[in-house]
Design a protein around this ligand. Structure first.
Ligand SMILES: [Zn+2]
Length: 138
């Protein structure tokens, strides 16, 4: 399985990660589940305002779910940054993934010089790492 990002979406989450550095940033991935095509990203405030973790307010989640429903797309998952530079999944990430089965979990490892690595996970029965494909044709 592979996740398909438009160049624009990928650039947007990278820029958001750098803009928020050294705090963790977070947001939503929206698009077509068929082919796991990320067509839109929506940034969110990290209400925890932390370098170690992120938290999205429940009001924001409801707002985005409503918006996504109207758009005809699906909520595909979430992205967040790790200001440690590592995109390895944390224990906390694994715990929260359990609350959102079959959702993508994109992690950007960033440091002061830029985005160092990006990883993507999904919990379908078990947590596995999936690849990212850049695609500018849709
Ligand atoms: Zn994390």
């Amino acid at each position: 399985m592979e996740v398909n990002f438009t160049d624009k979406c990928l650039e947007k989450i990278k820029r958001h990660s750098m803009r928020g550095y050294p705090s963790e940033v977070c947001g939503f991935l929206v698009g077509e589940k068929e082919g796991w095509r990320v067509e839109e990203v929506i940034d969110s405030k990290n209400v925890a305002n932390s370098k170690m973790l992120f938290e999205i307010g429940s009001k924001k989640i409801l707002e985005v779910l409503e918006k996504v429903e109207e758009s005809g797309f699906k909520l595909l998952g979430f992205y967040h940054s790790h200001p440690t530079g590592s995109a390895n999944i944390s224990e906390r990430d694994l715990k929260f993934m359990k609350l959102w089965p079959e959702k993508l979990w994109v992690i950007l490892g960033v440091n002061q010089s830029g985005v160092k690595e990006i990883s993507t996970y999904i919990d379908e029965e078990e947590v596995e790492e999936v690849g990212i494909e850049k695609n500018s044709t849709f």
